[in-house]
Design a binder for this molecule. Structure first.
Ligand code: AMP
Ligand code: TRP
Length: 340
């Protein structure tokens, strides 16, 4: 544990790998917006374009488009550039610079144990990029170059957050300083796992071959309605208590989505809708989803048609970010012994 008190600061990032789903919105972006609006934290949100090129070759136009689309998704969902710092990772060079230092702190063994590395590299690790192996060290740098204290993420990123703490601990210990904070993961909410609309045992994902399995943040009202109406369910009515959703993954998923969109607890949704058949509940969900999501998709479309507006916001975000990151990197270099 460190004794220093750090400014409460949130950092989180998403890869601009193309296509945002309702899962990304409820599991990540909406929570970012909530933390921004809580007023407890300074908030920094990031498109991690340097991470997006670790897995496979991306053609440059696609990467640029994905990055602007993700920025549009953030802004349209309520990330307010007056309240949060919104950045593209490569525009703030201190991320990569601290990333190098952390490559020299992290151990090969630690990196080799990362399940995401094992999953993504697969059987042919020899053919994976060095960047994919180093991915979690750059992620630690993303966070620690802001001395961020809290990081909202999905379940799957828990191990990377533990590694971030290991890197901070080893750095502080090796150099005899109390410089980097031990960042807390924030993994909570009813929608940390939004499931596929076609299979309640699979995560909703942009990479699922079936478009009917997911709601895309760019879907219009018709598409949203059609997908929810066709969503897989079971023949029973909704229970009035949460226990009644056990062994009913598809039903649970739709109720969870309702609860997250309406900002209600699962119990309250069931109190209102318990006893209803899906023929009744689905139209209510359609209305709610369209009400909450179509303004976002409209605003995303408007922003995508005005990329220079997005680029201006990102340029300003990078400037604000560097006011925080430049002094932290300079101090790190001094601690390490780089002649300044
Ligand atoms: P990905 O698109 O998988 O890189 O994820 C970007 C962010 O969205 C991460 O914080 C994920 O945890 C979150 N996320 C992605 N899919 C889902 C889902 N189906 N349910 C909840 N969160 C998700
Ligand atoms: N690895 C995260 C993901 O795949 C993205 C990410 C990169 C991130 N750097 C980060 C998340 C820093 C939180 C904090 O979802």
């Amino acid at each position: 544990m460190t004794d220093t008190t750090f400014t409460p600061r949130v950092f989180s990032g998403i890869q601009p790998s193309g296509g945002l789903t309702l899962g990304n919105y409820l599991g990540a972006i909406k929570r970012f917006v909530d933390m921004q609006n809580e007023g407890t934290y300074e908030t920094v949100y990031c498109m991690v374009d340097l991470h997006a090129i670790t897995a496979k070759f991306l053609d440059p136009e696609t990467l640029r488009r994905n990055t602007r689309e993700l920025a549009a998704g953030f802004i349209a969902s309520g990330i307010n550039p007056e309240k949060s710092i919104l950045i593209n990772q490569s525009q703030v060079p201190e991320h990569a610079q601290l990333g190098w230092i952390f490559n020299c702190v992290a151990r090969m063994g630690w990196m080799g144990r990362m399940t995401q590395w094992k999953d993504k590299a697969g059987k042919n690790a020899e053919a994976a990029s060095l960047g994919l192996f180093a991915y979690p060290a750059l992620m630690a740098a993303d966070i620690l170059v802001y001395h961020a204290t809290h990081v909202p993420v999905g379940d799957d990123q828990k191990q990377h957050l533990e590694l971030t703490r290991d890197i901070a601990t080893k750095f502080n210990h090796d150099y005899g300083v109390d410089f980097f904070p031990l960042t807390e993961p924030v993994i909570e909410g009813v929608a940390t796992r939004v499931m596929s609309l076609r299979d309640g045992s699979k995560k909703m994902s942009k990479s699922d071959p079936s478009d009917a399995s997911r709601i895309n943040m760019t879907d219009d009202a018709d598409a949203i309605a059609k997908k929810i109406r066709k969503a897989k369910t079971d023949p029973d009515a909704l229970p009035s208590e949460a226990g009644g959703l056990e062994e009913r993954p598809e039903a649970r998923n739709l109720v969870n989505i309702y609860a997250a969109l309406a900002e209600m607890s699962l119990e309250d949704v069931l109190r209102d809708h318990g006893g209803q058949q899906f023929g009744q509940f689905k139209p209510a969900l359609v209305d709610l989803a369209v009400e909450k999501l179509s303004p976002i998709s409209k605003e995303m479309a408007r922003l995508m048609a005005a990329p220079s507006e997005i680029d201006r916001i990102l340029a300003r975000g990078a400037e604000q970010a560097r006011e925080i990151t430049a002094p932290i990197l300079a101090k790190t270099y001094e601690i390490v012994g780089m002649v300044r």
